[in-house]
Design a protein around this ligand. Structure first.
Ligand SMILES: [Zn+2]
Length: 255
């Protein structure tokens, strides 16, 4: 992991020519409390003008003049952003609005795929040969649905990706220190029990890593950033830690 100002990067993904990515922190934006400062959600009470300025800064820092994002619904739908899909998207510069869904993928250059987060995982995926990148929003419901594994399989079946050469990075999110599920018997499948690190606490980073491995990725091609958002609310937005707060951006795309 490298720390280059208001966003974190994965050394693994930084090795891919043409791939641009950043797990943004809460710093470097214009929103005021409780959204201070780099909030990218306008459905949580923040001023829309501030959100658009924050989005413009994020695009500028990574060199994207177009960002794609959509309403995240804790499902497992993938929106593939290719040339035919572009005219269908609503434009709210610098944002293009995708249909509701929790995974975005593209093979186009110049478009940043943006996921909004405050404790959930952003899972970046890239196949350097097929020139396909994907950004997955994965909360615990996404983990239960194995959205990460499903996206890898869909990219392989429909878009020419080969899991054995794909790279992945999991961003700042709720760590095993803070991922408490008191109702885990109702909410989580029995297959997650081995990931219980102490009573009612679960390691969702390990769950995602193993789901990606089961989908065919190599262990050495999976980078877990390993920063807990609830433990680091000076640097990150955390829904569990703060309640009403902002949403961070995780952005990935091709130069
Ligand atoms: Zn923690």
């Amino acid at each position: 992991m490298n720390n280059t100002g208001p966003f974190l990067t994965s050394r693994l993904l930084s090795s891919v020519p043409g791939l641009v990515h950043g797990f943004f922190t809460r710093r470097g934006g214009v929103s005021s409390a409780p959204y201070e400062s780099l909030n990218v959600s306008w459905t949580n009470g923040d001023a829309p003008g501030s959100v658009l300025e924050n989005l413009s800064r994020i695009g500028g820092m990574l060199g994207f003049d177009r960002l794609v994002s959509g309403r995240q619904v804790h499902g497992d739908r993938l929106n593939f952003i290719d040339e035919p899909a572009l005219p269908e998207l609503e434009s709210r510069p610098p944002l293009l609005i995708a249909p509701p869904g929790d995974a975005l993928a593209t093979d186009l250059a110049g478009i940043g795929l943006l996921i909004k987060l405050a404790d959930c995982q952003s899972v970046f995926l890239a196949d350097p040969v097929a020139h396909v990148a994907a950004n997955v929003h994965c909360g615990w419901r996404g983990s239960v649905q194995n959205i990460s594994g499903k996206v890898v399989r869909t990219l392989a079946e429909k878009y020419g990706c080969v899991p054995e050469r794909m790279l992945a990075a999991v961003g700042p999110s709720l760590g095993p220190c803070c991922a408490e599920f008191r109702n885990f018997r109702d909410e989580l499948p029995p297959g997650f029990l081995p990931y219980q690190v102490r009573p009612t606490y679960f390691d969702f980073w390990a769950i995602t890593r193993d789901q990606l491995r089961s989908a065919g990725l190599k262990a050495e091609n999976i980078d877990i950033i390993g920063r807990c958002t609830k433990c680091g609310t000076s640097e990150f937005f955390s829904y569990r830690g703060e309640g009403v707060t902002g949403r961070m951006a995780a952005v990935l795309g091709w130069r």
